[in-house]
Design a protein around this ligand. Structure first.
Ligand code: NAP
Length: 317
């Protein structure tokens, strides 16, 4: 099968289209998916280190190909204990811990990490959702999101942020989005009640107080956002950057509410998201689409840090 493999390590590894062996053995709980589309997440290139690969449990490493977590496609084979899916089902999902390796014509994934694809989406649209939408849902949940609360979403125009804005609105929160000038109308159209333009000065001391501050950029810490947190306010980070990774648990030790969301793929959550999509309250936001052979350019686009929504890789046009 055709698949993308890496020819190096680190942030700027080259991605090459290669002819490689399709996944051979299926675990009892695995399905084999004919991948139609995948999508790009910053985690893919941020974790392309020997260390990250070494941390993947022995016996579960799926290299090559290395890249690609999100997938949407059709089940073409299944393990003997797979009860939730039939051959021919359209599914979407991801397995971040084991690395889905979805930049390939076929990928093997546990039945617990995929769900039936929302009926009203194309494969490209469905592939844009799993990792980012699960992060948005699980981050808001961790922050205690519920109707009537207020949330500040920092990074509202990106892969996770565009979905967090929509999910928070659907849950009945008052949503303030932080984005740059060029994205103000775009984030408003997603449903944000109020907007802050981060290019027009430091809003962190003057923007008021919120029940939840969801820092999707992971540039902030509970300390830099202290003035934004109301009494009992909850700081949630996506946690990728060094300082926030350490500051958040320290802040929690001081008795404050601060958490990092570490996304996990559960079929139940994917079902919840699919229902939101089918009800018309959650829409995938696609920044751009690249063919599999141009995965390198797709990653370059994602590394720019300027995406509006998600970068999709079309594996099977
Ligand atoms: N912990 C987890 O489980 C988990 C899961 C998913 C993602 N993450 C992490 O979460 C972060 C965001 O992921 P993503 O997929 O949403 O990234 P992304 O799509 O690359 O984010 C790009 C967006 O961020 C906006 N942005 C950049 N600087 C900003 C700032 N200072 N304030 C507000 N917005 C800003 C950009 O808008 P402008 O162009 O207008 O600046 C752009 O729209 C990444 O670090 C990722 O690794 C962690």
């Amino acid at each position: 099968m055709k698949a993308i493999t890496t020819t190096g390590w680190g942030l700027n590894a080259r991605l090459t289209l290669t002819e490689t062996e399709a996944p051979q053995r299926l675990g009892a709980e695995d399905v084999l998916v004919q991948v139609h589309a995948a999508s790009v997440n910053p985690k893919d290139w941020k974790l392309n280190y020997h260390l990250a690969v070494a941390a993947t449990p022995l016996g579960t490493r799926r290299l090559p190909p290395l890249f690609g977590d999100d997938l949407a496609g059709v089940v073409i084979a299944k393990g003997r204990k797979v009860r939730h899916f039939e051959i021919g089902d359209a599914v979407y999902g991801m397995d971040m811990r084991l690395r889905t390796a979805s930049l390939a014509e076929q990928a093997r994934i546990s039945q617990h990490r995929v769900a039936k694809m929302p009926a009203n989406l194309s494969f490209n649209e469905a592939a844009s959702l799993p990792l980012a939408a699960l992060t948005a849902l699980q981050g808001l949940r961790k922050g205690g999101a519920r109707a009537g609360k207020s949330v500040l979403i920092i990074g509202a125009s990106g892969g996770v942020g565009t979905l967090a804005v929509q999910i928070a609105k659907h849950l009945g929160l008052h949503v303030t989005g932080v984005c740059s000038t060029r994205n103000l109308d775009f984030v408003r159209a997603l449903g944000a009640d109020a907007l802050i333009d981060y290019t027009r000065g430091d809003y962190r001391q003057s923007a008021g107080q919120f029940d939840i501050v969801f820092d999707v950029t992971s540039y902030e810490t509970p300390l830099t956002c202290a003035a934004l947190l109301g009494r009992d306010g909850h700081f949630i980070s996506t946690g990728g950057q060094g300082v926030s990774m350490f500051a958040t648990p320290l802040y929690r030790l001081a008795g404050k509410k601060a958490d990092t969301v570490v996304v996990e793929s559960y079929r139940q959550d994917l079902d919840t998201l699919a229902a939101m999509v089918e009800d018309g309250v959650l829409k995938p936001i696609i920044d751009s689409v690249y063919p599999l052979a141009d995965s390198e350019a797709a990653y370059e686009r994602n590394r720019s840090g300027r995406c509006r929504g998600k970068v999709v890789i079309e594996v099977m046009p």
